[in-house]
Design a protein. Structure first.
Length: 754
C-alpha cells in the first residue's frame, strides 16, 4: 500500500488548524466569561468552577448581551469587543494581584490536563472531517441536512447586522434568528469575528468546540466520580465522541444539540457532587443549574423545559443520595428541592431575558400541541452505550430490539447492585447517583419509544439524554477493576483498557468512513463565485438557481448585502420561481450545462431579458438523462433516473429546455440517443410521434431495444428564440410483466446540433 505523504501531511495540517481554531473559540469564551466566573467562585468548593462550566459562563455572557444588542438593532460585534475588553482587564488584574504563583495554581495547573482533554477529541473529529473534504470543495461537511448551511448563513447575517441584507424570497432572516436557536447562531457569529475569517471556515471549528465541551465534562466525570487516571479518562471521552450515534449527530451538523449535551453534562456533574454533604456543593449545583438554564434557553430552547425538569429532578435525587436513605422526610425534602429549583430557574430565566423566555415557552407549547412525532427514525441500538462499535439503529423486529436493550439494563442493574453492596471507596454516593441517572435515562427512553414510536422525537430523546451518559457503565467497570488490584495489576489493567478502548475507537472510525459518512455532500468551491454579484452595480437582488437545496443554501452564505431569491424551496421556505423578473435588477447565478455532479461549473450573469428556470443547453454537447436532477431541462412522463438514462412512463411524455443559441438564425436539430421496449409476441415495434415547438408531427418507428440516433427538426418557437419544447406520444407503450411502469422510449442522452 502506497501512502501519499503530501496528502497525509495536508490532512494533518488542516486538522491541526481546525483544532487550533476550536481552541481559540474556547479561550475567547473563557475570557468573556471571566466576570461571571469570578462571581460564581464563592459558591464552589474549588477556587474556580470546572473548565466546562467556565466555558458555559462565556456562552452565557455572549448569548445574553448579544440578544439585547440584536433586539435593539445594535451590532453584536460591539458586544464581543466589550466582553473581550472587560474579561481581559479582569484576568490581567487578577494575575497582577495574585502573582505568578497564584496564576500557576489557578490557571496553569488546572488547565494543563483540561487542555489535553479538550484538544484530543477535537483533533480526532477534525481529522475525520477533513478526510472527507476533497480538494476543490468548500470546508463544509454534511450528509444532506441543511442545518449546517442555516447556521452559517444566519450567523453571518447576525454578525453583519444591521447592514446585512436579511431578505430571502419572502422571508426575513431576522425572524429566523430571533425565533430559533439564537445562542448557536451567535456562537458561529462570534467565531467568525474572533477568527477573522468567513463563516464557512468556522463550521468545523465551532462543532469541534462543542465536542471539546462534551469531552471536558466526560473527563471530569471519570476523574472526580470514578477516580480514573487522566489519560484513560481522555480515551473514554474520545470513545464516546467517536461513537456511531455522535458521528450521525455530527454529520447532520446538529450544533445546538451538541452544545446542549455539553451543558447538560456540566450541570449533572455539579449535581452529582451534592452528595458530598457540603453546603458549598449544594450552592454550586444551584448556581450551575441557574446559569446553564439561561444558556439552554438561548442555545436550544426546544429542550428548555426538559432541561429544567431533568436537572430539578436530578437535584432532588442527589439530595436523597446525600442523606443516605429513602425516608418520607428525605423524599419530602427532595420534592421540595425539585419544586424550588424549577420555580427559581424559571424566575431567573424570565428576569435575565423575558422576551427570549416567552419565545421558548411558545416554542414548547407549540411542540406539545402539534402532536407530531416527526419523520420515521428507527429504534436506537443501546448496546452502543457499552462502548462497542456497531450500527446505531436496531433491526426492525421487536425481539431483536429487546435483545439489545436487555443486556444494557442488566449490566447497569448489576453495577448498581455491586456499588450498593461492595463499593466503600470515596465518592460512593456520586457513583450511585450517576448509575441511577443512567438507568433512569434508559427507562425514560423506552417510555419515549413507546409513546412516539419509530420517529424523529424518540431518536432525539435517545441521542440527547441517553447517549451522553453512555460512558457511565464503561467508567464504572474500569473503576471496579482498578480499585480491586495491586499496583502492578493496576498498571496492566490500565494498559489493557486503553488498548481495548483504542480498538473500539478504530472500529468507530472504520464505520464512520465505510458507512455513516458515505453520503457526505461535496460543495464545489465554484459556489463562492456568487459573491461577485455583490459588485454588480445594477443588481439589487441575486437569483440562485442550482439543483440541490443544500447547494442553494451554501451559495447564499456568500451574499451579504443583497436580497436573495431561490429557484426552489429551501429551509427558509418556498422559493420564488418567476420567469419574468426585471433583468435590470437581478443577478442570476446558476449551474451551467451539462450538469456534472463531480465537477460542476457555475455562471453569474446580469442583463438577461428574463430569468429562465433552466440553464441554457450548449450546442453540440451530449446531455445525459442519468442525473437525478438537472438545471438543464424539465421532464414530464419519465420514470426515475437509472445509470444509463431514463424510460418514458405512460402514453405521453415531454421535455422542455432552453438552447444557448438562436433557432431563428440557424437550422437546428435535436438528437436523441434512444431505444424502445419490445415484448416478444405482443409488441415487436413501437410508433413514436414527436412534436417540437408545436411543429407538425415527426413520426418514427422503432424496432430495436439498442440505442440509436433519432434526429428531429427543431423549428424556432414564436417569441422565444432559444426555447425547445418536445411532446412525445407513445401509443404502443406497454407494461413489462411484474412492472407497473408503461414503457415506451429508453433515452440515454440528447444533444442540439446546428
Amino acid at each position: 500500500m502506497t501512502i501519499d505523504w503530501l496528502a497525509a501531511g495536508t490532512l494533518v495540517l488542516n486538522a491541526a488548524t481546525g483544532t487550533v481554531r476550536s481552541t481559540i473559540i474556547a479561550i475567547t469564551l473563557l475570557v468573556m466569561g471571566a466576570p461571571v466566573t469570578k462571581m460564581l467562585s464563592c459558591n464552589f468548593k474549588d477556587a474556580t468552577p470546572i473548565p466546562a462550566l467556565q466555558l458555559i459562563c462565556g456562552l452565557f455572557s455572549a448569548s445574553v448581551l448579544s440578544w439585547y444588542a440584536f433586539r435593539f438593532g445594535m451590532p453584536v460585534s460591539w458586544v464581543y469587543s466589550f466582553l473581550l475588553a472587560v474579561g481581559t482587564a479582569l484576568s490581567a488584574a487578577l494575575l497582577v494581584r495574585g502573582g505568578f504563583a497564584e496564576f500557576r495554581r489557578t490557571v496553569v495547573l488546572p488547565y494543563a490536563m483540561a487542555s489535553v482533554a479538550f484538544i484530543a477529541p477535537v483533533f480526532v473529529y477534525s481529522l475525520l472531517s477533513f478526510a472527507k473534504i476533497r480538494t476543490g470543495t468548500l470546508p463544509l461537511l454534511t450528509i444532506g441536512n441543511g442545518d449546517l448551511l442555516a447556521y452559517l448563513k444566519l450567523g453571518d447575517v447576525l454578525l453583519h447586522l444591521p447592514a446585512a441584507a436579511t431578505q430571502i424570497s419572502t422571508t426575513d432572516l431576522r425572524d429566523f434568528i430571533g425565533d430559533d436557536v439564537f445562542g448557536s447562531f451567535n456562537l458561529v457569529s462570534l467565531s467568525s469575528f474572533i477568527l477573522r475569517t468567513g463563516v464557512e471556515k468556522c463550521a468545523i471549528p465551532v462543532l469541534g468546540f462543542g465536542i471539546g465541551l462534551i469531552s471536558l465534562c466526560v473527563v471530569n466525570f471519570c476523574q472526580r466520580v470514578f477516580a480514573l487516571p487522566a489519560w484513560l479518562s481522555i480515551i473514554v471521552a474520545t470513545l464516546l465522541t467517536s461513537s456511531p450515534l455522535f458521528s450521525y449527530i455530527v454529520l447532520n451538523y446538529f450544533l445546538a444539540q451538541i452544545l446542549f449535551i455539553g451543558i447538560l453534562l456540566a450541570s449533572f456533574l455539579h449535581i452529582a457532587e451534592v452528595a458530598e454533604k457540603s453546603e458549598r456543593s449544594l450552592r454550586a449545583a444551584v448556581a450551575a443549574i441557574l446559569l446553564a438554564s439561561v444558556c439552554v434557553m438561548f442555545v436550544y430552547h426546544p429542550w428548555f423545559l426538559q432541561y429544567l425538569a431533568l436537572t430539578s429532578a436530578a437535584l432532588g435525587a442527589a439530595l436523597i443520595a446525600r442523606n443516605g436513605s429513602i425516608k418520607i422526610s428525605n423524599l419530602l425534602r427532595a420534592a421540595s428541592a425539585f419544586v424550588s429549583i424549577f420555580l427559581a430557574a424559571n424566575i431567573f430565566d424570565l428576569a435575565i431575558g423575558s422576551s427570549r423566555y416567552i419565545i421558548a415557552a411558545r416554542k414548547i407549547m407549540f411542540a406539545a400541541a402539534d402532536g407530531v412525532a416527526g419523520w420515521p427514525m428507527p429504534f436506537v441500538n443501546l448496546t452502543l452505550l457499552l462502548g462497542l462499535p456497531g450500527d446505531w439503529h436496531t433491526p426492525e423486529t421487536a425481539i431483536a430490539a429487546a435483545g439489545q436493550v436487555i443486556p444494557v439494563l442488566v449490566i447497569g442493574i448489576v453495577w448498581l447492585a455491586v456499588a450498593c453492596r461492595y463499593d466503600r471507596f470515596p465518592a460512593r454516593p456520586q457513583r450511585l447517583y450517576v448509575l441511577i441517572c443512567f438507568l433512569t435515562g434508559v427507562l425514560l427512553y423506552l417510555v419515549a419509544w413507546n409513546y412516539y414510536g419509530a420517529s424523529y422525537r424518540q431518536w432525539k430523546f435517545a441521542t440527547t439524554l441517553v447517549a451522553p451518559f453512555g460512558f457511565v457503565v464503561l467508567a464504572y467497570a474500569l473503576f471496579a477493576m482498578l480499585q480491586q488490584s495491586n499496583l502492578a495489576t493496576r498498571r496492566i489493567l490500565i494498559a489493557c483498557s486503553c488498548v481495548a478502548a483504542l480498538v473500539c475507537i478504530r472500529g468507530n472510525i472504520e464505520q464512520y468512513f465505510n458507512k455513516w459518512s458515505v453520503p457526505a455532500f461535496a460543495f464545489h468551491e465554484g459556489l463562492r463565485d456568487v459573491a461577485k454579484a455583490e459588485n454588480a452595480q445594477n443588481a439589487q437582488a441575486v437569483y440562485i438557481d442550482v439543483p440541490e437545496i443544500i447547494e442553494k443554501m451554501a451559495a447564499a452564505i456568500y451574499v451579504d448585502n443583497k436580497p436573495i431569491i431561490f429557484s426552489g424551496p429551501t429551509n427558509y421556505g418556498q422559493g420564488t420561481k418567476s420567469e419574468s423578473l426585471p433583468y435590470e435588477t437581478v443577478a442570476v447565478f446558476r449551474e451551467a450545462c451539462p450538469s456534472s455532479r463531480q465537477e460542476p461549473s457555475y455562471s453569474l450573469s446580469t442583463g438577461a431579458p428574463t430569468i429562465s428556470l433552466r440553464a441554457a443547453v450548449p450546442v453540440g454537447v451530449d446531455i445525459p438523462l442519468s442525473a437525478p436532477d438537472s438545471s438543464c431541462f424539465t421532464l414530464h412522463g419519465f420514470s426515475g433516473a437509472e445509470p444509463w438514462g431514463r424510460w418514458t412512463d405512460g402514453k405521453s411524455a415531454s421535455l422542455e429546455l432552453r438552447c444557448d443559441c438562436d433557432l431563428t438564425k440557424k437550422n437546428t436539430k435535436l438528437v436523441f440517443s434512444a431505444g424502445t421496449y419490445l415484448l416478444p409476441g405482443k409488441v415487436d415495434r413501437q410508433r413514436v410521434n414527436f412534436i417540437v415547438n408545436g411543429s407538425p408531427v415527426q413520426s418514427k418507428i422503432l424496432a430495436s431495444m439498442a440505442k440509436s440516433e433519432i434526429l428531429l427538426e427543431a423549428p424556432p418557437c414564436v417569441g422565444e428564440a432559444g426555447k425547445i419544447s418536445v411532446k412525445i406520444e407513445l401509443p404502443d407503450a406497454i407494461s413489462p410483466p411484474g412492472d407497473s411502469r408503461v414503457l415506451g422510449l429508453s433515452i440515454s442522452s440528447f444533444a442540439i446540433r446546428q
